[in-house]
Design a protein around this ligand. Structure first.
Ligand SMILES: Nc1ncnc2c1ncn2[C@@H]1O[C@H](COP(=O)(O)OP(=O)(O)OP(=O)(O)O)[C@@H](O)[C@H]1O
Ligand SMILES: Nc1ccn([C@@H]2O[C@H](COP(=O)(O)O)[C@@H](O)[C@H]2O)c(=O)n1
Length: 198
């Protein structure tokens, strides 16, 4: 049985940074599930059809990391049929040996509720906005507004809302350097593996 690490949390909290590092450390596959929603939103047209017809090329679009793509993603992500269309791909990805790390909003609650480890990564709104603004070279106040709007939509939607699984380990990266956040996550996974050996 593959070892699954589910990572959820609000926008720009550091999920992807931790997920990539965990995948590299443990030799697992990694999927940034936000990219599926970003590609669906960016494709335009009927979002349900776009989600069903998503191709690997769609995930390579150069504009997917923009704030506009994030907003479009969070609008299509509220549509249950879009989520259903993207679910199968995520489940197949998660079934790969020796294990997989998936990061998103509903991995520990909906996609992989039986994941061996669930992390919920948070950081203060101001810190997240500053980090993402530095990454994209954009204005911090605009970014704060964008992230808060997206988090609100993601938390308040009826379909698979953003929330921590009851058994998730919360990692607050507000005052952690990247290396400290990664070390905290590796330690959490190590101890879960010792408690529940394969
Ligand atoms: N602990 C940290 N200290 C400083 N910067 C960080 C830290 N963790 C992540 N970052 C930076 O913050 C930004 C957002 O991180 P990341 O992309 O990992 O967040 P995310 O939660 O995956 O975002 P998204 O919601 O878009 O998927 C990146 O520029 C990243 O390099
Ligand atoms: N499992 C997921 C992943 C993402 N979303 C939606 O996509 C938006 C963009 O995600 P990023 O991780 O790239 O920021 C996000 O705001 C969510 O609306 C989702 O619903 N479920």
């Amino acid at each position: 049985m593959p070892f699954i690490i589910a990572i959820d949390g609000p926008a720009a909290s550091g999920k992807g940074t931790i997920a990539r590092a965990l995948a590299s450390h443990f030799g697992f596959h990694h999927l940034d599930t936000g990219l599926l929603y970003r590609a669906t939103g960016a494709k335009g047209g009927d979002p349900i059809v776009s989600a069903r017809d998503l191709t690997p090329d769609d995930l390579q679009r150069p504009d997917l990391r923009s704030a506009a793509a994030g907003q479009a993603a969070s609008r299509v992500a509220a549509i249950p049929e879009v989520r259903e269309a993207l679910r199968e791909f995520q489940l197949r990805f998660a079934s790969q040996e020796p294990g997989a790390v998936l990061d998103g909003r509903d991995i520990g609650t909906v996609i992989c509720p039986d994941a061996q480890v669930k992390l919920y990564v948070i950081a203060s709104d101001e810190v997240r906005a500053a980090r993402r603004a530095a990454e994209l070279g954009s204005d911090v106040a605009d970014m704060l507004n964008e992230l808060q709007q997206r988090d609100r939509r993601d938390s308040q939607r009826a379909a698979a809302p953003l929330r921590p699984a009851t058994d998730a380990i919360v990692i607050d990266t507000t005052d952690l350097a990247i290396e400290q956040a990664i070390a905290t996550a590796i330690a959490a996974v190590q101890s879960a593996r010792e408690l529940r050996p394969r």
